[in-house]
Design a protein around this ligand. Sequence first.
Ligand SMILES: Cc1cc2nc3c(=O)[nH]c(=O)nc-3n(C[C@H](O)[C@H](O)[C@H](O)COP(=O)(O)O)c2cc1C
Length: 209
Amino acid sequence: MAKAFAKISFTPSVVKIQKQHGSDKVYSKFLAPDAQGGDQLSEGEAEFIGARDSFYQASASKDGWPYVQYRGGPAGFLKVLDAKTLAYADFRGNRQYISAGNMSENDRVSLILVDYPNRRRLKIWARARLVSLEDNPELVASLHDESYRARPMRAVILSLEAFDWNCPQHIHPRFTRAELEPYVGDLHAQIADLQAKNQSLKTKLSKRI
Ligand SMILES: Cc1cc2nc3c(=O)[nH]c(=O)nc-3n(C[C@H](O)[C@H](O)[C@H](O)COP(=O)(O)O)c2cc1C
């Protein structure tokens, strides 16, 4: 954990409750004048982000209502452009435009990215900027994988404010179909082999009877 995350998240009311529970001593060091970091992505974060095929994104309306929405796409669709910038192509969906509307009046967003098989999660705070397809088709195209079945509507450019790695607690390992395929493929091969052996034994047995 580093300063950038603590500066955003440890508000006076948060610190007040930390004090009530005695955890403020552990966390106050992250707000100390000499504390630093947590506002630039390293290779490790970039690699983790590049492998994700989904994330959850929280935006908030002007009057503070949070709104969490799922974003999914081909692995690596959330791109790390540099240590302080991320971007993704936002797809056409139910045309409610809640996230886009929220981001247009309140640029603060929070993302959580989860690697379920390895039980790792990364939280990100950023300021979002929307660039429409009409305004910059090249930018949107550069963020979109043509082979993925979706219609991009805009680019969402995220200027990183902070990130923090979470502990693995309570993350239940889950696997996508593609992640399971190597294991399921082996099982199918074993079943086919056993079925063939079984059939051959049955044939031999019927010849003896
Ligand atoms: C026809 C259609 C219906 C959808 N209905 C829903 C829905 O009822 N609830 C929902 O959360 N997402 C729904 N989705 C997916 C969302 O549209 C998609 O996640 C979109 O990015 C949401 O944008 P938002 O962040 O502004 O909510 C639907 C998508 C399509 C194409």
